[in-house]
Write a protein that binds this ligand. Structure first.
Ligand code: SAM
Length: 443
């Protein structure tokens, strides 16, 4: 070969948008495409961007294969770069065209490093040889760097995962996926947004349940809207005083995915005290009788897709109607920093429905949620107030149940709000939001 390398620039068109957004399929295809062409794969690094798009590179002994996809155009730009005679990059081209179900591909081969244009300089190979050789994994396994990324314009959370997608199905409402992350265990995502991980789900689930249960000690009937991962009902059912716990989840695939891959979170789905309903929580609450529940927990995802209607005044008004005279509503109320505008708007709504001094905000540290700081709202229809609670009972319960986050001190501390959150809650208004929000301006 009269050149050091062969570089094929490839354009794949009319590919399946789904495949162009499937980081696991793309990473596997690129690795196999290299091996099929006779290359020795050293490692791979792939990133799945949210809301869509994948970028990655497979490093081979004979150079590299790289890709970037635009699922919205069914398009992939691929670089196949090999050096030496042993690998035929066109074999990779043919393999990938099929793997991506490309309608058609255009390509151009460049010879890189024309020998006639190069002058070899003598350099002391020995000196280079003193460098310790990079070891390939003992069992020949390649080091795979496959990343899941949840991001908005300016902020991203990336988690490395094993490259094996444990679960991926589209329900009528959303895409339900489970990834095997290396740092946080199995992770449930809905439409590319992190819902919970095995390593930190307990923070969210202990705080959304035990705070109201120790400040509203007469609660007998609880309703959870959303919460299909099962963590919230798991925690509620630790409280023997609850005679009935009803879970209304719109999407049975979320329950299926968690039973399979987040079993510790889904452990209570078989509990006889649990009344599990697969239906739209908005319909359920509209048809529910007045004053039926002591505690209503809105364990929703973000205000998009099926969950959008769970962030409206009409919905909260219905919740208020379905609470007993001393009932309490708890919601996950987003991040004061990441969703400042939504945060301010929903607290304004809670206050209009429950009363100015009946609404309280508390915080918890959840590492895999955007900005790591998440909030919950406590709205009381009657006299219940979050900081009037049985500290001893809370301490005893936390110890006996082996809780990992909630205890009597955290219960109290969670309501100690930093000044910027107080300002957002008291003043609200665009100026305050802009002052503290990390949301990208064009949202
Ligand atoms: N902890 C998570 C968070 O803060 O992002 C939320 C957990 S949970 C998985 C959210 C659940 O709400 C999802 O399973 C979703 O299917 C469900 N959901 C969304 N809209 C719903 C609706 N209208 N009625 C009932 N469940 C709904």
């Amino acid at each position: 070969m009269n050149a050091l390398g062969r570089h094929i620039l490839v354009e794949f068109y009319d590919c399946s948008p789904d495949l162009m957004n499937d980081v696991v399929h793309i990473e596997n295809s690129m690795v196999v495409a290299a091996e099929t062409a006779g290359a020795t794969v050293i490692n791979s690094t792939f990133h799945h961007f949210s809301p869509y798009g994948v970028s990655g590179v497979v490093v081979i002994q004979e150079s590299h294969l790289a890709i970037h996809t635009w699922p919205e155009y069914g398009y992939a730009a691929v670089d196949l770069f090999t050096c030496g005679e042993t690998v035929d990059p066109w074999v990779s081209y043919t393999y990938l065209k099929e793997a991506f179900q490309a309608g058609h591909g255009s390509s151009m081969e460049l010879r890189r490093g024309q020998l006639s244009l190069l002058k070899r300089t003598d350099f002391n190979l020995e000196a280079l040889r003193n460098l310790p050789p990079k070891t390939v994994e003992a069992d020949g396994a390649i080091t795979r760097d496959v990343w899941f990324t949840e991001r908005d314009e300016n902020i991203a959370l990336s988690l490395k995962h094993s490259g094996n997608q444990l679960y991926k199905k589209d329900s009528p409402y959303q895409r339900v996926e489970v990834y095997e992350t290396l740092a946080y265990g199995n992770m449930l995502t809905l439409d590319g947004m992190v819902m919970c991980t095995q390593k930190d789900e307990y923070v969210y689930h202990e705080m959304i349940t035990h705070v109201p249960m120790f400040s509203h000690t007469k609660a007998k009937r609880a309703l959870v809207i959303g919460g299909g991962d099962g963590g919230t009902v798991r925690e509620l059912l630790r409280h023997e005083q609850l005679e009935e716990v009803t879970l209304v989840e719109i999407d049975e695939l979320v329950i299926e995915a968690c039973k399979l891959h987040l079993p510790e979170t889904a452990v209570a789905f078989g509990n006889p005290r649990l009344n599990l309903l697969i239906e739209d929580g908005i319909q359920y609450i509209n048809n529910c009788e007045d004053g039926r529940y002591d505690l209503i927990i809105v364990d929703s995802a973000d205000p998009v897709g099926p969950g959008e209607g769970l962030f409206t005044a009409e919905f909260y008004q219905q919740v208020h109607r379905c609470l007993t005279a001393d009932g309490v509503m708890i919601t996950q109320s987003e991040s004061p920093r990441f969703n400042s505008a939504v945060f301010v708007e929903i607290y304004d709504t809670y206050k209009k429905i429950f009363g100015q001094d009946k609404v309280h905000c508390y915080l918890a540290a959840i590492p895999t949620y955007p900005t790591g700081t998440w909030s919950f709202s406590y709205s009381s229809k009657g006299e219940s107030t979050p900081l009037r609670f049985d500290r001893e009972a809370a301490a005893k319960f936390s110890k006996e149940q082996g809780l990992k986050y909630y205890n009597e001190e955290i219960h109290r501390a969670a309501f100690a709000l930093p000044n910027f959150v107080k300002e957002l809650l008291q003043q609200g208004g665009q100026k305050t939001i802009e002052a503290y929000s990390v949301e990208s301006s064009d949202e």
